[in-house]
Ligand binder design. Structure first.
Ligand code: PLP
Length: 407
């Protein structure tokens, strides 16, 4: 049996242990929800204060030039690029994932005018499916949704674009990004990866895989804060032909020429639409400091160790909960999901004890492990609290059974 002392020993030999000091974490909290809202990096508050008080308050509109607001979407994109195996000129920060999916899926159909199918995964994050359905109906195309394990085999000559999450938000199951991409390319289809649950925690190499398009999240493992803008990736080889539908002035070749006709900017800038949320983008920029000097391979190694440990402790100590994430770490992102009929109330009881995970329909307890700030003792403590919640029937209390707006 693993003990808490064993977990402390793992923390002492953890090469990423110091990275925790780059985050503001409230005392007494075990935070296992960095896959929904990353913790606050210490570099962020000062940066946001400077942008508000000095740049906005004093420099006013001059800041677009003098404080680099204009280039922020590209500059922050350049910093995200190495985390996902992209060239700097292939990533831009803008809008939300939902809006970026609309732009990229439409562009994908325009790049494959002779094909009518958007291939997606059933059970993927709902917004991805909603947007795919809307794009399909606008273009007389069709959404074909298949199971996680059937995605690769379902790629055929009718598919214009394969649009799937690299890591499933619900189960943590991870696709072999290179293999699916290779299969799609072989069939003449484009691939659009949603990296919401992998960017910043799983090494992703879009370039080596030959991926075409991708979107990702600013507020999950990149820790950009609530409402942080998303990012998108367009492979350099597609820039010239890339034609997206939300043709706003920030994607224009000469925004300040104020020309009546739209002409797309060269490069990934043509994927931009309107004025960026400068405060949020500055927060995301500062948040990326937390990754400075940290190899993603080390992040991944610790992620695998944390998730393996959690699954093993649940097996040993919590027989009433089934691990529903893949057991094989090579097929799993940085989360472990458990299943229990009273999942919602159990998650609330855990939160009351200071262990923050979340609930996903219909019966999933979801725990995300952000290796930059989660310790091995946190894993032990989380399981210890889970044991106490179940043994003491704490989840039966009425206050834990009332659904809040955000689960
Ligand atoms: C978090 C997440 C989103 C969020 O989309 P927004 O439009 O940015 O709110 C979308 N897709 C997946 C797979 C996610 O995990």
């Amino acid at each position: 049996m693993t003990t808490r002392r064993d977990c402390s020993a793992l923390d002492r030999s953890d090469v990423l242990a110091q990275a925790r000091d780059r985050f503001v974490l409230p005392p007494g909290i075990v935070y296992l929800d960095g896959n929904s809202l990353g913790a606050l990096p210490v570099s962020v508050p000062e940066r946001v204060r400077d942008v508000v008080e000095r740049q906005w308050g004093t420099d006013l509109i001059r800041s677009w030039n003098t404080n680099g607001w204009w280039d922020l979407p590209r500059r922050v994109g350049d910093r995200i690029a190495p985390l996902v195996g992209a060239a700097p000129s292939e990533v831009i920060v803008c809008d939300s994932i939902s809006v970026n999916l609309f732009k990229l899926l439409t562009a994908a159909l325009r790049l494959r005018p002779d094909r009518r199918v958007i291939l997606t995964e059933a059970g993927d994050f709902p917004t991805d499916g909603y947007v795919a359905a809307s794009v399909a109906s606008l273009h007389g195309a069709e959404v074909r949704a298949v199971g996680h394990d059937d995605l690769s085999d379902a790629i055929d000559g009718s598919v214009a674009v394969v649009a799937a999450s690299h890591v499933s938000y619900r189960t943590g199951a991870m696709h072999d990004l290179a293999a699916v991409t290779a299969r799609a390319r072989g069939a003449g289809a484009l691939v659009l990866w949603d990296l919401a649950h992998s960017a910043g925690v799983v090494p992703v190499d879009l370039g080596a895989a030959g991926a075409d398009l991708a979107v990702g999240c600013g507020y999950k493992y990149l820790n950009g804060g609530p409402g942080a803008p998303a990012f998108l990736f367009v492979a350099g080889s597609l820039h010239e032909a890339f034609d997206q539908p939300l043709t706003g002035w920030h994607g224009h070749a000469r925004p300040f020429a104020m020309e009546p006709a739209y002409e797309p900017a060269p490069g990934v800038s043509r994927a931009a639409t309107g004025t960026p949320p400068v405060l949020s983008m500055a927060a995301l920029d500062a948040a990326l400091d937390a990754f400075d000097g940290i190899p993603l391979e080390a992040v991944r190694a610790k992620s695998v160790a944390l998730t393996d440990l959690f699954a093993r402790l649940v097996d040993e100590r919590v027989p009433g909960c089934a691990v529903v994430s893949p057991r094989d770490a090579r097929r799993r992102g940085s989360q472990v999901c458990l299943s229990h009929p009273e999942a919602y109330a159990i998650v609330q009881a855990l939160i009351a004890r200071g262990v923050i995970g979340d609930f996903r329909e219909p019966s999933i307890l979801r725990f995300g492990f952000a290796p930059l700030y989660v310790r091995f003792v946190d894993v032990w403590d989380a399981v210890d609290h889970l044991v106490a919640v179940l043994e003491g029937d704490e989840w039966r209390r009425p206050e834990h059974r009332t659904r809040a707006a955000v689960t």
